[in-house]
Design a protein around this ligand. Sequence first.
Ligand SMILES: Cc1cc2nc3c(=O)[nH]c(=O)nc-3n(C[C@H](O)[C@H](O)[C@H](O)COP(=O)(O)OP(=O)(O)OC[C@H]3O[C@@H](n4cnc5c(N)ncnc54)[C@H](O)[C@@H]3O)c2cc1C
Length: 329
Amino acid sequence: MVSPILVLAESSGGKVLALSLEALAMGRKAARESGTSLAVLVCGKGVLTAANELLCYGADKVLAVDNDLLADLHPDLLCAAVSQACDIIKPGALFMAETLAALDLAPRLAARLKTGCASDCVDVSFSRDTGGFIFTKPVYSGNVMAQFALAGEPVVATFRARAAEAPEPGAMSGRVENLDVSLVPSLARYEVVEKVSIDATGGPRLESADKIVSGGRGMGGPEGFAVLAELAKALGGAVGASRPPCDLGWISPVHQVGITGAIVAPSLYIATGISGSTQHVAGMAGARVIVAINNNQDANIFKIADFGIVGDWEKIVPALTRAAAEIAG
Ligand SMILES: Cc1cc2nc3c(=O)[nH]c(=O)nc-3n(C[C@H](O)[C@H](O)[C@H](O)COP(=O)(O)OP(=O)(O)OC[C@H]3O[C@@H](n4cnc5c(N)ncnc54)[C@H](O)[C@@H]3O)c2cc1C
């Protein structure tokens, strides 16, 4: 029998991240195809509420590492905790959502476990020929879908947002098992001196937002982004940006979408004053519905848009905000 699949779930404020539930759905698919079991692990300080929530999502086991030293989810300590958990559980594959924490953790873990790692995957399947998993991920700015088989056990993979639908919660089953791992402060090779909130808009996180209103160089300055933030708020979405506004300091780089920013796949993406370079499109082409607002009717962005509005954003965005606010009541 294939070794179990382990999904590492992240939580915030006692709630499991929606992105982790999507990774759990990938874990369920991989477990079903390979005929193995599925375990979910949650690590941190005070994570038992989140661990209990995970009992509703059909995993065979929910495991928790609840340790004061994981309060800040320090990468060195988290890596030590998860690798010790792997020594105990002996999974064949370890899945996680493509979050900022996972981008740091996944390659560290794979290096420590001396196994292969695939980041930004959009699918996984089980190969009866090799008895291993095949991971699919976009390469060359999303122009090619490549398939990878990884060496070692457990193979480590992170999954792009919206690669799978998060499962609906069902009846709670089983109970949370606490895993004992041995952590000491000296494992942390650097110290957390300050925590700074990077999301000044107060909206949802870019990677998990269902609606994103993005602005490009055509916004003309930071004031343009304040107008976009109003529309994002009316839609209950997040603000995104192409690279130039981030480089120019109009908005924080955490909002950047694209090959060197966040890869997003919301149900609605509104690209405003964005020309549609391959580097930007690589980060948002997975959106279900793309709306482009641009005053140049030949802009590339219209080639991939489902709906295009040719005109000046200064007239269009406030009108959309009013309409969205009216619909929301
Ligand atoms: C290695 C590398 C990595 C990169 N990574 C990324 C990345 O991750 N993300 C990213 O976005 N870019 C990235 N870039 C940059 C990318 O190549 C483009 O330069 C960038 O995406 C262009 O941004 P833009 O569309 O906002 O600006 P522009 O190309 O300048 O387009 C501005 C658009 O605004 C329109 N406009 C102007 N005024 C108005 C108005 N009043 N109303 C409506 N429309 C208006 C114009 O018609 C134009 O189409 C990368 C580049 C390199 C070399």
